[in-house]
Design a binder for this molecule. Structure first.
Ligand code: ARG
Length: 420
């Protein structure tokens, strides 16, 4: 009789390879492996072959790059998503997509459980579990790392005993996660925030010292808040993200690190390479500043912040996300136009922009022209605008005067008495 099936999110790395065998053994189940291409740049054929060799009963490879770009990265651009003002939530975005695919495959394969390689200390487990539970509460969720008692050494021993190929790179102490929107590097010496991150962790971007001595200008075209062209040439979402990514890498753009608050209550030092995100988020925000009113922008900042925190904290499936997106999408109606970015020695700066929906009006703003904006109006406006502040200063002055008079009379009083 065929065994019951578990669907495993399989990256081809050592941990999920050990997991594959471990699940077969510990749960006495068949394993179906699933690998998504979200632009991490792995050899998907080799991963599939490895899975078959380790004895899966079926394997699925999904090219999810376009879905990831359009349904996950683009909403993050519209929301100017930077968790704690720094991290463009690159890993956070891919987890709900992988979880959704796991559930789809589990239903197709009539599996009783899904498994993922997350540890019990990170955010990814929250993102996987909440999405899976919401989409199909009947599925059992297995996170072997939360159960097994392996340390690095015993895991490698176990792998060798079970004929699992242990890559030479196993010495690398880093946990790395990559996709179209960014690369995260954790672990090893990075766990000491008081030590400088070693150069070896950077893989995508050149060091600033080696970046070209000449700047490069790149013009990003936006339509309703999402990037659609580079230097006037329309591009498909994935192609566009990859092109901006390469330009950023060449100029050493997007090496970042910060102290991050994880959803599970821990603080950690996190390092990322985010060349495309750095360039596109700055460009997008610059265009918003041209087409949105100050009132829209002030509220949007808070809504953006809510969206970003929700997504980081693993609640992609919460209905609040759709509610917030209704507001965000409404603001993006006019975020159409272009921004030219100057890429130079690790920096990406907006240097010119335009939009058919621009609220900037040369005739109104220019120092050289004096029509339609009556400078005389400013006087009345300033009187009312500044009235609360001026009033408070008037009161302050009155109080000081009163105090001085009281002090004066107190000084005078005893002399008057002594005269009696
Ligand atoms: N701190 C980031 C986040 O929570 C990065 C997580 C990276 N995940 C990984 N499995 N290496 O989104």
């Amino acid at each position: 009789m065929a065994k019951k099936k578990i669907v495993l999110a399989y990256s081809g790395g050592l941990d999920t390879s050990v997991m594959l065998k471990w699940l077969q053994e510990q749960y006495d189940s068949d394993v179906v492996s699933v690998t998504l291409d979200v632009g991490q740049g792995d050899d998907l054929k080799a991963i599939e072959e490895k899975a078959w060799k380790l004895g899966v009963v079926n394997h699925y490879t999904f090219d999810s790059k376009t879905e990831f770009a359009v349904e996950y990265v683009f909403p993050a651009i519209k929301a100017n998503a930077l968790y704690m003002d720094t991290y463009p939530v690159s890993s956070s975005l891919s987890r709900p997509l992988i979880a959704k695919k796991l559930v789809e495959v589990a239903e197709m394969e009539d599996a009783y459980a899904v498994a993922h390689g997350c540890t019990g200390k990170g955010n990814d487990q929250v993102r996987f579990d909440v999405t899976i539970k919401s989409l199909n509460p009947k599925l059992k969720i297995i996170a072997p790392v939360r159960e097994w008692k392996f340390d690095r050494h015993s895991e490698i021993l176990w792998a060798k005993e079970h004929g699992i190929p242990v890559p030479v790179t196993v010495d690398s102490p880093y946990s790395i996660d990559q996709n179209l929107w960014g690369r995260s590097i954790e672990g090893g010496v990075l766990e000491y925030p008081n030590k400088i991150a070693p150069d070896e962790i950077w893989d995508w971007t050149v060091p600033v010292e080696k970046a070209p001595n000449e700047p490069e200008y790149i013009t990003i075209g936006f339509h309703k808040g999402v990037p659609v062209s580079i230097d006037g040439v329309e591009m498909k979402p994935v192609e566009l993200l990859q092109k901006v990514h390469k330009a950023g890498c060449r100029h050493g753009i997007g090496r970042i690190e910060h102290m991050e608050d994880r959803t599970v209550g821990l603080k950690s030092r996190e390092t990322y390479e985010i060349p495309a995100a750095e360039i596109l988020l700055i460009a997008h925000k610059d265009l918003e500043k041209m087409v949105l009113t100050i009132h829209q922008m002030l509220v949007k900042r808070e809504i953006d912040h809510k969206w970003t925190t929700l997504v980081y904290q693993g609640l992609w499936v919460d209905p609040l996300k759709k509610d917030l997106e209704a507001f965000i999408d409404s603001t993006q109606e006019n975020v159409t136009g272009w921004v030219t970015m100057k890429l130079f020695k690790g920096t990406a700066k907006p240097v010119k922009r335009d939009s058919p929906y621009s609220l900037y009006d040369y005739n109104l703003t220019s120092f050289d022209i004096n029509v339609s904006y009556d400078q005389g109006d400013a006087v009345g406006f300033i009187s009312l605008w500044g009235l609360p502040s001026v009033t408070s200063w008037n009161l302050k002055r009155k109080m000081i005067e009163k105090q001085t008079v009281e002090e004066e009379t107190q000084k005078v009083a005893p002399t008057a008495k002594s005269k009696i």
